[in-house]
Ligand binder design. Structure first.
Ligand code: AMP
Length: 395
């Protein structure tokens, strides 16, 4: 992949820097309940402040209607949390491009920082509207994008403004893109990819792309049942996508042709209902009862997967092995998370979404090499798509 222009290429002294961050954080009773994304932006902000810049921050949060301010989607609590983390005042503009934003931006001095109200209070943001982008661009001398999580969307704040101002990648953006593309282009081998989650249809492009580069592909979660169907097995009432059995069969063939070791469950935990209190049993994949559904990989499978992961030098993981939100079906996901954590030699890359939630649930986050902040964006990058928010930062 070509190089990106990064903030290290920028002389930010005395500049007003318009920074797109991803502060799409959960908020309850006016407080940020998970500040991971705010913390992830600190290296870029601290670097720019040290350089003598002033900063105008912009982000979306949630899915407001786009017809004006809706308090429940306000970014004000994020400004308060950022001020605590930076240990300095952070101004908050009560509108996005209106009078308050304009006044606060105009008053900025080097070292000052202001967060604009939610970009998506204006429906023109998602439409990548040229006028809205021009209004935003007036707020900066230069533009920095540190919001990897929205880089797969061409919105005014991720694509439009980059055409109007000199555009650079922030440190988080740079690390996300270089880690994921480095993994695809030049992984330390053996390279093992673990894919789980609910549906084959959602992940088929990722499976296909990873098959071109990885040595071992480990499959779990609801989607393994469509693969088991492709192998001619019965899967009872498990989640299955009949329309995707043929594609799954093609993937099995591709693995064989390419010499990729493709691992599927040998045993599963089946239940008589989709419930934590269901009656369960562990069965071989050749003996799934007609009236039961598989909700986790079984212990033999967990051991098989852990053995494969123990010798990997690069590990990429996206998607849980079972319904890990229910304690009765978390063991497989936990075993895989522990196996990734136990392999301290490997570069372990967690590709966003539910696998990040799983790693946090088992308190193993600090034992991973890299945890992507972007679920959809990291999947699109891995499946070889060009991300509009990244393309505009290419040197
Ligand atoms: P995804 O968003 O595609 O990564 O899927 C994550 C979801 O898949 C989680 O909410 C899991 O509960 C669910 N999941 C994992 N394994 C299974 C399974 N065997 N049956 C049904 N859902 C599953």
């Amino acid at each position: 992949m070509a190089e990106m222009r990064t903030i290290e290429d920028l002389d930010a002294n005395n500049k007003r820097v318009l920074v797109r961050v991803d502060y799409n954080v959960p908020i309850k009773d006016g407080e940020v309940t998970d500040d991971t994304r705010i913390r992830a932006s600190l290296p870029t902000l601290e670097y720019l402040l040290d350089q003598g810049a002033s900063i105008v921050l912009m982000s979306h949060r949630g899915r407001p209607s786009g017809e004006g301010i809706e308090e429940e989607f306000s970014l004000r609590p994020a400004a308060l949390r950022l001020a605590e983390l930076l240990q300095k005042p952070v101004m908050f503009a009560t509108d996005t491009i209106g009078e308050d934003a304009q006044a606060k931006v105009a008053a900025l001095r080097p070292g000052d920082i202001v967060l604009l109200e939610n970009l998506r209070f204006d429906k023109r943001e998602k439409k990548n509207d040229a006028e809205f982008a021009a209004e935003l661009a007036k707020f900066g001398d230069v533009y920095v994008n540190d919001a990897f999580g929205t880089a797969h969307r061409a919105h005014a704040s991720t694509a439009g403004v980059a055409d109007l101002l000199p555009a650079y990648a922030g440190k988080l953006m740079e690390r996300e893109v270089s880690t994921l593309s480095g993994m695809l282009e030049n992984p330390r081998r053996p390279f093992a990819a673990i894919l789980g989650g609910s549906k084959v249809s959602d992940k088929i492009k990722v499976i296909d792309a990873l098959m071109d580069t990885c040595d071992t592909l480990i499959i779990g979660g609801g989607m393994c049942f469509t693969f088991l169907l492709a192998q001619g097995k019965s899967v009872g009432t498990s989640l299955k996508e009949e329309d995707w059995v043929e594609r799954a069969a093609e993937m099995l063939k591709k693995a064989e042709d390419k010499g990729v070791q493709l691992l599927l469950p040998v045993d599963v935990v089946v239940a008589d209902a989709f419930s934590n209190d269901a009656n369960t049993q562990t069965v071989s994949v050749d003996e799934i009862p007609d009236d039961m559904m598989g909700l986790d990989i079984g212990p033999k499978t967990a051991e098989l997967y852990a053995d494969a992961l123990a010798c990997a030098q690069t590990i990429f993981w996206n998607g849980p092995m079972g319904v890990f939100e229910m304690p009765a079906f978390e063991a497989g996901t936990k075993a895989v998370a522990c196996a990734v954590a136990d392999n301290t030699e490997a570069d372990s890359i967690i590709g966003g979404g539910d696998s990040v939630a799983a790693v946090n649930q088992f308190d193993l986050a600090d034992q991973m090499t890299f945890i992507s902040t972007g679920g959809g964006a990291s999947m699109e990058l891995v499946q070889g798509e060009k991300l509009p928010g990244v393309e505009v930062l290419m040197a």
